[in-house]
Design a protein around this ligand. Structure first.
Ligand code: ZN
Length: 198
């Protein structure tokens, strides 16, 4: 699991989802949740740098390197796991996601694009809706509004954060990754369509 987080962080870095130490991924295995540390170069973390916490956020295993701190995203990852039984949560600082929150601050909506079919419960003719919450100065302060958005939008496996990015989850890391990729495609598609005036 530690190796998988390292590999996925490196991959998401190449996509521009976790540059500048932002973003990340958390994967749950039973009551053990694996998370990368806070404020580190996500493409350079090592398996031994990973924290393990429980669903209440208690640290079960901390890295030997005591300079490493648990990610500030921890309460947000746990919100999706506790309220939606998510097996994995991806946090992306994708530029398209951030721009989409400015273009559609009331929530992102799109229909009739092939990649919609990669999202849980959606067909080609359905309208995808992803809620947008306001950003806060500190990531941990997003926990309450993100929990509210999760509970108010049971059809959505994602919450966007204004001028910041997105949290996407799934029953396991594969579904979380698929949904994060499909949503990022849809943001790129919508932003491009907006740019060309369609
Ligand atoms: Zn963030």
């Amino acid at each position: 699991m530690r190796e998988l987080i390292v590999e996925l962080c490196r991959h998401f870095y190449t996509l521009g989802w976790c540059t500048g130490t932002g973003g990340g991924i958390s994967i749950r295995e039973g009551n053990q949740i694996f998370m990368a540390p806070s404020g580190v170069q996500k493409e350079r973390i090592l398996p031994e740098d990973i924290f393990v916490v429980d669903l209440a956020g208690n640290v079960l295993e901390a890295p030997a390197n005591t300079r490493l701190k648990l990610t500030a995203c921890s309460p947000l990852f746990l919100a999706a796991m506790n309220h939606r039984d998510a097996g994995a949560v991806i946090h992306s600082h994708s530029i398209e996601a951030a721009v989409a929150t400015k273009l559609w601050p009331e929530g992102f909506r799109i229909t009739e694009v092939e990649m919609i079919k990669g999202l849980r419960g959606y067909g080609y003719y359905d309208t995808v809706h992803v809620p947008v919450i306001p950003n806060t100065a500190h990531e941990c302060d997003l926990a309450d509004s993100m929990t509210e958005a999760i509970l108010a939008n049971p059809h959505s496996d994602a919450v966007m954060v204004e001028n910041h990015g997105i949290y996407v989850w799934g029953r396991d890391w594969q579904q979380a990754k698929t949904q994060a990729e499909c949503l990022d495609y849809l943001f790129r598609y919508a932003v491009r369509m907006h740019q060309v005036g369609l």
